[in-house]
Design a binder for this molecule. Structure first.
Ligand SMILES: *[C@@H]1O[C@H](CO)[C@@H](O)[C@H](O)[C@H]1NC(C)=O
Ligand SMILES: *[C@@H]1O[C@H](CO)[C@@H](O)[C@H](O)[C@H]1NC(C)=O
Length: 454
């Protein structure tokens, strides 16, 4: 062989080696995905140790990645009333850009989180408190600035198109061909109409984008990340006591999402969500050809049981158990009977590509990394078969995981409110009784004194 041929051979081998290395860096097999939400940068965040032990290839932020807004004191009376129908000043106000930056800085330098970032690809979207204001939507004026701050926090490249679009929605296709995992992250804030409007959550540009993403080439697994819950409509059973944000509050928009998923005939899809300060897994069987799961992990620091003293934890668990639900996955493996978990938690997805069929384990885990609720399924069970949702809805109308919370009999649906009213009534009666008894006693006492004086 002439030296030219040798040279050519050498060049080809090196080029091929470089290419293989580059390919494998981009297409690492994804077997573990972690996710979480609701992380107060000012609070200790010991849960990162459990997340690092889980060793995910990808970690997904689902919003409230920091608490950027300022919560003002709880005041029922006085000049500035922040609570009740008679309130005259807002409970939450946005903070300055400088303050937002400093809070992001604090979150990013958390030692646990920093350690996670060394070996794990971190991606994410936002919810209201990192968007900049509690329950805010498209009307919020600082959204452009705050989009930049979130993308800086996530390390988005300066020339990324995501910095030029309106909103932080994004999609990622990870893993090698044949074992692809697609992650679609929605922005439920930037374009969202006011609550109670039954308007849009995503806005038209994001809907167009989502349609393209769902109809793009198939992947084995597709995860849709939404900051707010998609399947559970907690408000239907906690109202009129209190209301939560969720896709359920925008019924038309939610139906559009389910229709889009059904029409796409995409296999292996499920939702992940955050926001509510507890963990649970819900499942809806009447949207598409297979059960649609929504795995809620919330939060990294914020959790409903932490707001009450230890002796009241049992009461919180009892109320969680009492809250009616038609969608929650209940089984004997849950930590608590309610199959919700109100202490700090994170989400863990494990894919066993070597099993036949490929299995999927989705769990919510506690601060020690132990599962508190979970679902094990396989990709073969998440296949869009030839399916007609209107027929399924008719035949399965009254079954669990199909009937909506709003169609529960009213005595079941409103049992929390009924219980609360009864408790309040008993309290009021006891109070009136007490005052009455005190007056009677005083009178008798007064008469006695009078008699003595006479
Ligand atoms: C969710 O609950 C709210 C409040 O009760 C109700 O207005 C809405 O229609 C419900 N959404 C769905 C999809 O059932
Ligand atoms: C689904 O079933 C309904 C009711 O039987 C029917 O009106 C509709 O055309 C069907 N849709 C498809 C896509 O087959």
């Amino acid at each position: 062989m002439g030296w030219k041929l040798w040279w050519w051979w050498w060049w080809w081998l090196t080029a091929a080696a470089v290419e293989v290395a580059a390919e494998s860096a981009h297409h690492h097999l994804v077997t573990r995905i972690g996710f979480g939400s609701c992380a107060n940068q000012g609070a200790p965040q010991p849960i990162w140790n459990a997340i690092i032990d889980f060793d995910p290839q990808v970690f997904i932020w689902l919003g409230d990645n920091i608490y950027g807004d300022i919560r003002r004191p709880f005041k029922i009376f006085g000049k500035e009333r922040t609570i009740g129908p008679w309130r005259n000043s807002p409970r939450f106000i946005p903070s300055s850009e400088q303050e937002m930056k400093s809070r992001y800085g604090k979150a990013k330098s958390n030692p646990g989180y920093s350690r996670l970032r060394k070996n794990t690809k971190v991606i994410g979207t936002w919810d209201d408190h990192d968007y900049g204001l509690n329950d805010a939507g498209k009307e919020f004026s600082r959204k452009v600035t705050n989009q930049r701050l979130l993308l800086d926090f996530l390390g988005e490249p300066q020339d990324s198109p995501r910095r030029k679009q309106d909103g932080v929605y994004a999609s990622y296709t990870l893993g090698p061909i044949g074992r692809l995992v697609k992650v679609i992250l929605l922005d439920t804030r930037y374009h969202r109409d006011p609550l109670r409007s039954d308007g849009t959550i995503l806005g038209s540009s994001q809907w167009e984008w989502l349609e393209k993403e769902l109809n793009s080439s198939p992947t084995s697994v597709t995860i849709i990340g939404s900051s707010i819950q998609v399947i559970s409509n907690l408000s239907a059973t906690t109202g009129p006591l209190f209301y939560m944000e969720s896709w359920g509050r925008f019924p038309k928009e939610r139906d559009r999402l389910f229709k889009l998923i059904e029409d796409s005939k995409r296999d292996g899809m499920f939702f992940i969500s955050g926001d509510v300060h507890f963990g649970e897994i819900t499942r809806y069987d009447c949207a598409t050809g297979y059960p649609l799961y929504d795995v809620t992990a919330s939060g990294i620091t914020q959790a409903v049981e932490k707001v009450v003293p230890q002796p009241l934890h049992l009461l919180v668990r009892f109320l969680a158990w009492l809250t009616p639900t038609t969608m929650r996955v209940m089984d004997h493996n849950c930590r608590y009977r309610s199959c919700t978990y109100g202490l700090p938690n994170f989400g863990a997805v494990e894919i066993d590509w070597n099993a036949a069929p490929v299995t999927l384990k989705i769990e919510v885990r506690d601060v020690n990394g132990n599962p508190v609720v979970g679902v094990a399924t396989s990709l073969s069970e998440l296949q869009a078969r030839n399916f007609n949702s209107s027929i399924t809805k008719k035949t399965r109308e009254h079954q669990r995981h199909c009937s909506l919370e709003v169609s529960l009999p009213w005595i079941v649906r409103y049992r929390l409110a009924i219980l609360a009213s009864c408790a309040l009534a008993i309290l009021v009666i006891a109070l009136i009784g007490g005052v009455w008894a005190a007056i009677l006693a005083c009178r008798r006492c007064g008469r006695g004194l009078k008699r003595k004086c006479d």
